[in-house]
Every structure is written in C-alpha cells, then in structure tokens.
Design a binder for this molecule. Structure first.
Ligand SMILES: Nc1ncnc2c1ncn2[C@@H]1O[C@H](COP(=O)(O)OP(=O)(O)O)[C@@H](O)[C@H]1O
Ligand SMILES: [Mg+2]
Length: 222
C-alpha cells in the first residue's frame, strides 16, 4: 500500500543544511498497524509530513496505492491527502468556535460533500469515538481526551484507508492516552492502515510492527 524508496529530506538552513531523512526505505501493507519510534529531532514529523503528502522529499520515491507522489504536483497531493489519509496530531487542531460536530464536518465541507451526507458521516464518526452525547459541545467544554477523540472522529469521518497519528497521546494524561491508543487499535481492526508516530516505547508496543528512527535513518524491528 505504501512504498518509500531512498527518501531523503534536506532542509535549507542559514549556516548549513539540515539532513532530516537520510535514505528511508519502507513498505507498509494494507491493514497494518505500524509504529515509528524515535527521539525528538530524529525525523519523525518530517517522515509523517512526507507520508501525509504535506511535504515532498528532496529525493527518493513515494508510492501510495500505486500512485507515485514524491514529485506529484501540489494539487494531486492535496487530493490524495483528502481522499486517502486521516491525520491526528498532538495538538488536536480543533477550531475553537466550532462545535464538535462542526469540527468533524469541516473537512467534509471542503471536499464539497452535500450537507446531509456530511452530517451523517460526522455524527457516525463521533458516535464511533464515544462522543455521541457531546456533539454540540465546543472544544473548551471538552477534556483533552475528548478533544482528541473529536480529532480522531474528524480523521476517520470520510473513511480514509490510511490513518497517520503524530504523537497523538503527547498532551494526554495516562487514562486518556490509553483510550486514544485503544481507539487506534479498534480502527485498525476495522480495516484502516494505522501509522503511529511516537517517542514513547510503551505506546509504540500497541502496533504489529515497530520501526525505530534515529537521526534520519530507519531501523526495522519486528
Ligand atoms: N522546517 C524545517 N526547517 C529546518 N529544519 C527542520 C525543519 N523541520 C524540522 N527540521 C529539523 O529536522 C530534524 C528532524 O525534525 P522532526 O522531523 O521535526 O523530528 P521529530 O518529529 O522526530 O522531533 C531536526 O533536526 C529539526 O530541527
Ligand atoms: Mg515531531
């Protein structure tokens, strides 16, 4: 489903360039739950941004579901991103003035989905994450764990095949983190390919396969 070959990413910087990824090779099969662990600064978010079509590599090849994306035009990447990938970030990234339901509907609206369908998918995603009773709440009225669940609902509402989670439990207390990881496991069992990026080995252990990234180099574990 996902193939990375020789992915390198160099960020130009004032005095000297930073080489954030130094030749990443990776294959992820459909339906896998993979975690990528590494210390801060090891290149995790850079890798996630490339996997998520938010950024392009300096060199190397990226194939997602048969389509070559490393050097695809921004419009193509945006379309793939919308259709194939659900994102979950550490900071939830919810719009404060929108209700939980409106937050989940927003990306569906950007895709031009008709109102009724949008509403139905958003409701069902919020129910799936256990927030059926909180749909009209605003982010400030929700706990951190609940806000992250809204973000998860937003990520899955359109049923993307791939879910990319970058440090999703980084701002959560232990019990909310546990719920969030359990939800990722549930989504994987429902058929989503899940890629979990974390600096925490215990969270990473939830996956079928754990990869370690160190200074821009990926080491394959089991
Ligand atoms: N936009 C950028 N410009 C320059 N350097 C960057 C940029 N983003 C990340 N880096 C550098 O690339 C390396 C990897 O960063 P990142 O992928 O964010 O690591 P992680 O997510 O594992 O903490 C770090 O040395 C970081 O300082
Ligand atoms: Mg990061």
């Amino acid at each position: 489903m996902i193939t990375l070959q020789g992915i390198r990413k160099v960020y130009p910087a004032g005095s000297g360039a930073v080489c954030a990824l130094r030749g990443i090779d990776l294959e992820i099969a459909e339906g896998e739950f993979v975690s990528i662990v590494g210390r801060s600064g090891s290149g995790k978010s850079t890798l996630m941004n490339i996997l998520g079509c938010l950024d392009t590599p300096t060199s190397g090849e990226y194939i997602l579901r048969g389509q070559s994306l490393a050097h695809a035009p921004a419009g193509v990447r945006a379309e793939i991103r919308n259709r194939e990938i659900g994102f979950i970030f550490q900071g939830y990234n919810l719009a404060p003035r929108l209700s939980a339901l409106e937050n989940v509907e927003l990306p569906l609206m950007f895709r031009g989905m008709p109102r009724g369908e949008r509403h139905r998918l958003a409701k069902s995603a919020l129910e799936a994450v256990g927030l059926g009773e909180r749909m009209q709440h605003y982010p400030a009225q929700l706990s951190g764990g609940q806000q992250q669940r809204v973000a998860i609902a937003r990520a899955i509402a359109a049923h993307p095949p791939v879910i990319l989670a970058d440090e999703p439990t980084g701002s959560l207390d232990r019990s909310a983190a546990e719920d969030c990881l359990a939800l990722l496991g549930d989504l994987n069992r429902l058929g989503h390919t899940v890629i979990l990026i974390t600096h925490d080995a215990a969270s990473a252990a939830r996956a079928d396969r754990i990869l370690t990234i160190e200074d821009g180099v990926l080491r394959t574990g089991t």
